[in-house]
Design a protein around this ligand. Structure first.
Ligand code: BMA
Length: 847
């Protein structure tokens, strides 16, 4: 492929004489060992940066595990105290000789003053910002001391809270004094309906010093003004900071790109725009559509042949559009990637821990691997958490996972005044700049559920707002989400990517609302509706819906070792259930479908099957309605602590039954047999861009494997097709079978290779005539893993395998073993495994 580069425009600045030779820029790492103490106390304790007070106290053995039992409540004193961190560092003469010594904190949580050698150099007040300050004037050669003093957010904002004159809604804030809306800090730290309250404080992201002279590249952004299969029109924005006037070359190179331009800098900050085009670009595609290809591009700042500074970026070229248009149904809401409408399959993502600095590279890799393994193409970074670590977006870019990025505002209203807007303005600058090169970012979304809540949750009455109060609150909302954020996106040249002020854009109150835009459907759970309502309540884009389950017993034991707590009514179980609805709702739905659990362990297992059944029903309905509906993101992918929640993967990375179910239902091609009103329907849905020719084998068996009915069809599935290939009267079909104790297996194969499989039951699991049976097992070591072969003469429903070891991975779990159809499961574990190590549970064993 031939590519041409054109240089169209370059900013011109004043010239000046060439500066003196200077040492090369250097980065001094200030992470690692620090010391800390409670302000007012004598004793210093070892600390680690990045970190937070709670983590350092834990590592020093000064507090118990905050997630264990009811320990969370014992930790609340920490947020009411002030804390200080300190360390020494050395500066060499060469380092000190630089013009500038920029101290950069990538994240400070939240209210802190930073002192170097007893001189205050900066004050931080927003956890989401990056803070940089030149401290040359107070630095010295040799030993320097840096100190960061954190102030309690509660104490910091009490006066502002009192002065407002009315209370702002913050339903998830677990304290009596609900100051969270005043603090620009991860909202979930104050408590949420799936996590504890742990108001952390500390240097939560890396800190370093950059010693530099002359000039420096502060930022490099490739604005994609137009991208299609024929050409990409790009502007590289190179942001420089110079200490003096000077003459340099900007050299831009990499695949398909080679440009050089002489520039003359003035003192201060300046941005150069370099326009270029790439013919026949290789595009970036999301998972399922193609390769997430990225160009490696680099800019160098060169002075007399010597490279002073450089920056590299990996750029995926793609055009992303959000189509919100009136249509024959109502108002659409779907994404087009490079002109192709894409059905989004994914989940809502929350931070992986309340103590964020202990989330490691491997944890991010594991999360994104789980996303990829479950055939997802989109994640929503939900607005009550944090703007995620660079690594998160890097992994999404690499794997073709699109990101719906909320700004960090959720489920409340905020005290929008000038100071607040200024602080949020900086937060927007820092985060939009950090993320705007990412190919994965598909949507910027202002907030989570604020609009829907303001208009439907009865806050005006609950908080007794006067007309003036209401007007003040809603004007603040508009200033933030209708003015400040969109104007920042414009100013930072992020014009080509869509922005919506909030999610959802339609409330689930009425049937008509399901015809418009994005939807959070909480009729099931918050509205206490039955799972069957998932079938009819299908919106244009389902950005939230969910049902809770308990994690498996190994995870339960991590927060409740004592078996006296293994009870839904125990203190610990009630404490770990953060939803006001409580554990009863899980049990109620469970008993509709499954036998009544006799033990707590059975309950945890069945709660997962119930969740998988319900959410599975929702996903099936969303996929079958493709066209009307163009996306499904269930609530929620992961957990921030061990406990019951809506997640499909627990805090320790253990897949719940739901995650296996999602993996099957999110395949590009699915065959679904379902009961829709009085019909037995067969639907094949393909999200593939190319047609598929294959064979569909449809068989109904009784529970002992006797064939009751069979059919096979050769069919061609066109690209992006949803095809109903079977429609029978449910009653008549069952009459013919002479039993409801049967299952309908459908398999779609192409050239003999099984593409997708689905099993439909005519009765709920609790009503199936399951028999107690011992499966026949054999275990063999194959390469690094084990292969477990399972067979049975009669149906085994939802066989759950568990092994007492860390990090065990199963190729499948909670699966049905069909009569006379051997099932092979791959088990990865570092443990040397024997058959006796594998414990099992199934619905059969509970009857
Ligand atoms: C949604 C989310 C979260 C919440 C979840 C479950 O609306 O946006 O605020 O955790 O519901 O209640």
């Amino acid at each position: 492929m031939k590519k041409y580069i054109y240089l169209i425009f370059l900013g011109i600045f004043y010239s000046c004489t060439s500066p003196l030779a200077n040492p090369s820029p250097e980065t001094i790492d200030l992470n690692g060992d620090w010391k800390f103490r409670q302000v007012g106390k004598e004793q210093w304790v070892k600390a680690s940066v990045p970190g937070v007070v709670q983590l350092d106290l834990l590592n020093a053995g000064l507090i118990e595990d905050p997630f264990y039992g009811k320990n969370e409540e014992e930790m609340w004193w920490i947020e009411l105290e002030n804390w200080e961190y300190e360390r020494d560092f050395e500066l060499t003469e060469t380092q000190y000789a630089h013009d500038r010594l920029d101290l950069t904190f990538e994240g400070v949580d939240t209210y802190a003053d930073v002192w170097v050698n007893e001189v205050k150099v900066l004050s931080a007040d927003n956890m989401f910002c990056t803070w940089t300050k030149d401290f040359k004037s107070c630095a010295k050669v040799g030993k320097n001391t840096i100190k960061v003093v954190f102030r309690s957010p509660q104490k910091e904002k009490k006066a502002a809270y009192d002065a407002l004159g009315y209370q702002l809604p913050a339903g998830n804030d677990a304290a009596e004094l609900k100051i969270s809306p005043f603090v620009r800090k991860a909202p979930y730290h104050f408590g949420w309906d799936w996590g504890p309250r742990l108001v952390t404080m500390g240097i939560w992201r890396p800190v370093s010093i950059e010693a530099w002279s002359e000039a420096k590249i502060q930022d490099l952004y490739f604005e994609q003004k137009e991208v299609n299969a024929n050409r990409a029109e790009i502007t590289a924005h190179v942001e420089l900071e110079a200490n003096k006037e000077g003459e340099y070359d900007l050299v831009l190179n990499g695949e398909g790109l080679s440009m050089k331009q002489s520039i003359q800098t003035k003192k201060g900050e300046q941005t150069y725009r370099l326009d270029f085009e790439i013919e026949n670009p290789k595009l970036w595609w999301s998972k399922g559509l193609g390769e997430p290809f990225r160009y490696d591009w680099k800019v160098e700042l060169v002075q007399k042949g010597k490279v002073l500074d450089q920056k590299e970026e990996k750029i995926g070229l793609r055009k992303i559009e959000l189509i919100q248009e009136p249509d024959e149904i109502g108002t659409s809401y779907y994404f087009k990637l490079n002109g192709v409408p894409v059905f989004m399959k994914g989940a809502n993502y929350i931070p992986q821990d309340n103590i964020i600095p202990r989330v490691k590279k491997e944890d991010y890799e594991r999360v994104i691997n789980n996303v990829v393994a479950a055939n997802m193409n989109m994640l929503r970074v939900w607005g009550g958490g944090v703007y995620e670590d660079d690594l998160f977006y890097e992994l999404c870019d690499q794997n073709g996972i699109l990101v719906w990025q909320d700004f960090m505002f959720a489920c409340g209203m905020y005290p929008v005044n000038d100071a607040f807007l200024e602080s949020v303005g900086k937060e927007l600058d820092d985060n939009i700049k950090r993320l705007r090169n990412r190919a994965s970012i598909a949507l910027w979304c202002g907030n989570n559920e604020m609009d829907v809540a303001w208009n439907n949750w009865g806050w005006q009455k609950q908080f007794g707002y006067s007309k003036k109060d209401s007007l003040e609150i809603i004007t603040g909302y508009q200033k933030l989400f209708d003015e400040l954020i969109p104007s920042k996106l414009q100013e930072l040249n992020v014009r080509e990517r869509p922005y919506v002020p909030t999610s959802p854009l339609s409330n689930w109150g009425t049937a008509e609302n399901f015809n418009h835009k994005s939807m959070h459907y909480w009729g099931v759970w918050h509205g206490k509706e039955p799972f069957e309502n998932y079938k009819t309540n299908v919106g244009r884009f389902m950005s939230e819906y969910g049902f809770q389950s308990f994690p498996e017993m190994t995870t339960v034991q991590a927060f409740a070792k004592d078996s006296s707590q293994w009870d839904l009514e125990s203190e610990v179980m009630k404490h770990h259930q953060k939803s006001y609805i409580g554990n009863g709702m899980i049990l109620e739905h469970l008993e509709t479908y499954f036998p009544k659990p006799k033990t707590f362990e059975q309950f945890t297992y069945l709660s997962q099957l119930t969740q998988a059944l319900g959410i599975g029903m929702a996903i099936e309905s969303h996929r079958k309605a493709k066209g009307h509906c163009m996306g499904t993101l269930y609530w929620q992918l992961n957990d921030c602590w061990p406990g019951p929640s809506w997640s499909s993967v627990d805090y320790y990375g253990r897949w719940k039954a739901l995650h296996y179910r999602v993996r099957d239902l999110y395949k590009d091609v699915v065959v679904l047999i379902s009961k829709d009103r009085d019909l037995l329907m067969g639907t094949i849905i393909s999200d593939k861009q190319e047609a598929l020719e294959g064979k569909l084998d449809l068989t109904v068996y009784d529970l002992d494997g006797k064939v009751l009915w069979e059919n096979s069809i050769n069919l061609k599935v066109e690209s992006n097709q949803t095809w109903v290939f079977m429609r029978y009267s449910y009653k008549k079909f069952l009459k013919k079978l002479k039993t409801k104790h049967a299952f309908f297996q459908s398999k779609f194969s192409v050239d003999g290779e099984l593409i997708t499989e689905h099993i439909h039951y005519f009765k709920n699991p609790k009503d199936l005539k399951l028999k107690r049976v011992e499966p026949k097992l054999s275990l063999e070591k194959v390469g690094d893993a084990y292969e477990l072969k399972i067979s049975t003469p009669t149906l085994i429903k939802n066989l759950f395998l568990t092994i007492d070891a860390e990090n065990v991975q199963y190729s499948d779990n909670y699966f049905d073993v069909l009569p006379n159809q051997e099932k092979t499961i791959r088990i990865e574990t570092t443990k040397s495994l024997k058959l006796g190590d594998i414990e099992m549970m199934s619905v059969n064993s509970l009857k």
